[in-house]
Design a protein around this ligand. Sequence first.
Ligand SMILES: [Zn+2]
Length: 220
Amino acid sequence: MTQTLKLKKYITIQGKLICKTGLRIGGSKEELEIGGLDNPIIRDPVDELPYIPGSSIKGKLRSLLEYKYNRVAPNGNPCGCGKPLDECPVCTIFGPHMKPTHDLGPSRLIVRDCLLSEESRANLARLEKQGLGYSELKTENIIDRRTGTARAGGLRTMERVPKGTEFNLNISVRVFEQDDEAKMVGYVKEALELLQKDYLGGSGTRGYGWVEVQYEVVPD
Ligand SMILES: [Zn+2]
């Protein structure tokens, strides 16, 4: 298929991402001083507030669609088939993985970083007063299988965004002249539905990162 790269419009998907359980998206230890946390969450370097990187959400949505439509590459990599939308729901929307030459045009999906909602910002300021930087600390341990008790040295402290926290969600879908926009938006919505059955961030199989997404599709 020959692509004409004439941009027709943007479709916006906007709303809220609400944490139904604590959410953990790991940050960098190096930024912390000695005596800091073992497992900090990612924060904006300017205001130090927790946020969800657009890349984390985009990667998760992509991987869920890849599982659903059997598009995981045999070596376990993301899909890089470069086939059109009717054959691959992933490559047109997210961009083919590690495939510099293809006819799909630019990735259609733009996922913005999700920042704390005003309301959550105010709610979490309360925790700030207790010396916790807009987060909760969760201690976990490893059980020694022989004794059934907590293993010495097995304690670790995980930082999480507490349940109930809301982030603003904003996604743009670029629509080019010959694109099937209903189909593309359909796949994005499907991925958002899958996300709510799955999890976001780390330790999802152990209860973290259950999210609810409330959104509306706003045409250009
Ligand atoms: Zn593909």
